[in-house]
Design a protein around this ligand. Structure first.
Ligand code: HPA
Length: 271
């Protein structure tokens, strides 16, 4: 595993020698931040040794290297999900590669369903904590690689409190509301039933989605500072549940995108 990570990182470094200190993973319909990046190199995933390929139409699959707000960044435009058939090790492989390239801070966005009845479509929610329902796999199972970090990583604070505080103050300055809460990660790809939404809410989750949790587990194990933000793309309240559709989810993501882009860019500027 270490060798494959090294090989992918070496391949990327051959195109771009500057060390990115910030990694960014862009979620479904949330690619606009990429247009704020002064891109120096674009590397399609299919050319990187051992990189999985993005199979979701709403995700484009390439790695961008350049600067954002003057900081050297590496951006994943399109991510990998367990529901695409990848193992959790494959889903999180790019996070390990980014760490190997020198990334110290990881920013993540995603589209998620809103379980908290006070949330509205296109709200942004800072992820303060998560519940991992990514059964039956976990990205840390298998032989332990000491270089990655602890065998039993502490998860008392996977989302960096200082980054959360910064984001809250940026949103106040920019004048838009920002929710904060718990993300529950499921595997999908089907959306949840009403009974499942009711259960997830009772378990203490504010939003539900099919990504992020494995990436955060791996990033936190390796000691990266993590910030993650969800866009509420549909409301998952059992009593008033409407049929979900990908176009509606993408439209809601598009509506929230300017806020998310401004927030992420300013957060990078203040790192
Ligand atoms: N469930 C799971 N994932 C999602 C949802 C949802 O309702 N909406 C957007 N991603």
């Amino acid at each position: 595993m270490l060798e494959t990570i090294q090989k992918a990182a070496d391949f990327i470094r051959a195109f771009h020698t500057a060390r990115p200190t910030v990694g960014i993973i862009l979620g479904t319909g949330l690619g606009a931040l990429a247009s704020e990046v002064a891109i120096e190199v674009e590397i399609p995933y299919q050319t990187i040794p051992d990189f999985p390929l993005s199979t979701v139409e709403s995700h484009s699959g390439k790695l961008l290297l350049g600067t954002l707000a003057g900081k050297p960044v590496v951006v994943m435009q399109g991510r990998f999900h367990f529901y695409e058939g990848y193992s959790m090790q494959q889903v999180t492989f790019p996070v390990r590669v980014m760490q190997s390239l020198g990334v110290e801070t990881l920013l993540i966005s995603n589209a998620a369903g809103g379980l908290n009845p006070t949330f509205r479509v296109s709200d942004l929610m800072i992820i303060e904590d998560h519940i991992s329902l990514l059964l039956p796999q976990n990205p840390l199972t298998g032989p332990h690689v000491t270089a990655f970090g602890d065998r039993f990583p502490d998860m008392s604070e996977p989302y960096h409190p200082e980054l959360i505080r910064q984001a809250e103050s940026i949103a106040r300055e920019l004048g838009f509301p920002l929710q904060k809460g718990v993300y529950v990660g499921v595997t999908g790809p089907q959306l949840e039933t009403k009974a499942e939404y009711r259960m997830l809410r009772q378990w203490g989750a504010d939003v539900v989605g099919m990504s992020t949790v494995p990436e955060v587990i791996v990033a936190h194990q390796m000691g990266l500072r993590v910030f993650a933000c969800s866009v509420v793309t549909d409301l998952c309240i059992p009593e008033t549940l409407e049929k979900a559709s990908l176009p509606k989810i993408l439209a809601a993501a598009a509506q929230a995108e300017p806020k998310l882009t401004a927030l992420m860019k300013e957060l990078v500027a203040r790192l």
